[in-house]
Design a protein around this ligand. Sequence first.
Ligand SMILES: [Zn+2]
Length: 242
Amino acid sequence: MNSQIYNLGCLAIVDAKLDELDDEYGELPLEIKDKSEKLAVLKKNAAETQRILVDLRKFTHESRTTIVLLKEKEENLGKKQFQVKNNKEFDAITKEIEHIRTEYNKIVEELRSTGLKEENLSSILATQTKESFESENELKALQEELEFIQNDQQDELKRLRKIKKEYITAISDANKIDYDRIRGMFKDSVVMIKRNSCSGCFSSLPPQKIVEIRNNLDTIYHCENCGRIVYPEDMIDRDSVI
Ligand SMILES: [Zn+2]
């Protein structure tokens, strides 16, 4: 059975390779997230404009019906005015006609400003729809790029994850926790001793310490300067790990 330090060193090599693959994505995942959020806002705004437009068109339709009715009412009252028997009735009808005309003019005025509003909103909606469409296409292109990398990496990822699992299974829970803790600070949490120094922070290790590490492969040693786990240079044949 291989020592804990050996398995930790191998795990670090596999993780470094996985990090390398992850780096191929660059800013892509962030860009996709950003673009998706922006697209959602654009779509929400367009839907809101659309909703207001529907309301306006409903109002226009109802108002047009109302002015037709008012016009009919006015005509009927006009006819009735010729059949009145006295001035009092005549005046009452005149007053009613005046009221209808005021109402009629008011609605016509409202329709005019609604028409302008509708025109403006239609143009805003056209812009919003165009922006949504463009944004959607940009997002699609980014997603395709991501998919391309994913397909490209699929086999390699599968292979590396399988290897990683084997090393992880061989590492104790305590050492795994230690490894993850250091990974939180340094991506390369387990490093080899190179030219008598920690290859993570390059601070040198006392010769007697190096001898001790070499002779006690069942003990985990940390670099006193940076805290990374260190192992003897010739302990791992990198090519055999991945
Ligand atoms: Zn160090």
